[in-house]
Design a protein around this ligand. Structure first.
Ligand code: ACO
Length: 161
């Protein structure tokens, strides 16, 4: 993208704009998210955000806070993080992820951040690796309606954020 300077900002997800998030996710992700997913997003407060490129919605992150499976602490699970294709490589993904990092720095109870990614999603894997995430597991047949069905689990500790 060239020309005039641009501005990327984050905004809250509310009942008023949740339909924009639905539209966005339906374009960005091969997975369909149901109404329960969006009701849950509204309950997660600061863990979900929309990204605006010069006032137009182009991206979003949706996370949930959960108990760590093997320990006393908590983990942030990134359910979705994405940006419309024409607006990629402009820092929107970084801004969305930095927002989640900021929350983790402010809270003392979050030990790690994790997510699933389709094993052929090289762009997303490169993106997360840049921010210190590592592949910790492969889950075969994680996705039900898309190919490849396998997912990597990417994870990073919150220490050093
Ligand atoms: N190839 C290699 N490295 C990349 C790529 C790519 N395609 N995209 C981002 N990166 C790395 C680069 O180091 C980049 O820095 P640089 O542009 O200075 O070289 C850095 O990540 C930061 O890139 P951003 O511009 O901040 O990221 P962007 O806004 O493009 O968003 C994202 C990255 C979210 C992965 C985007 O490609 C996307 O929306 N993809 C489709 C949705 C998706 O797959 N999301 C993740 C699925 S998993 C989940 O949601 C939990």
């Amino acid at each position: 993208m060239s020309g005039a300077p641009f501005r990327v900002e984050l905004g809250d997800i509310t009942p008023h704009n949740i339909k924009q998030l639905k539209k966005l996710n339906s374009v960005i992700f091969p997975v369909f998210y149901n109404d329960k997913f969006y009701r849950n997003v509204l309950e997660q407060g600061e863990f979900s955000k929309l990204a605006y490129f010069n006032d137009v919605v182009v991206g979003a992150v949706c996370c949930r806070l959960e108990n760590c499976p093997n320990g006393p602490g908590k983990q942030v699970y990134i359910m979705t993080l994405g940006c419309l294709a024409p607006y990629r490589r402009l820092g929107t993904g970084t801004l969305l992820l930095e927002h989640i990092f900021k929350i983790c720095r402010q809270r003392k109870d979050v030990d790690s951040i994790c997510l699933h990614v389709q094993i052929n999603n090289e762009e997303a894997i490169a993106f997360y690796q840049k921010f210190g995430f590592e592949i910790t597991e492969t889950e075969e047949a994680y996705y039900k309606r898309i190919e490849p069905a396998s997912a990597y689990v990417l994870r990073r500790d919150t220490t050093g954020l």
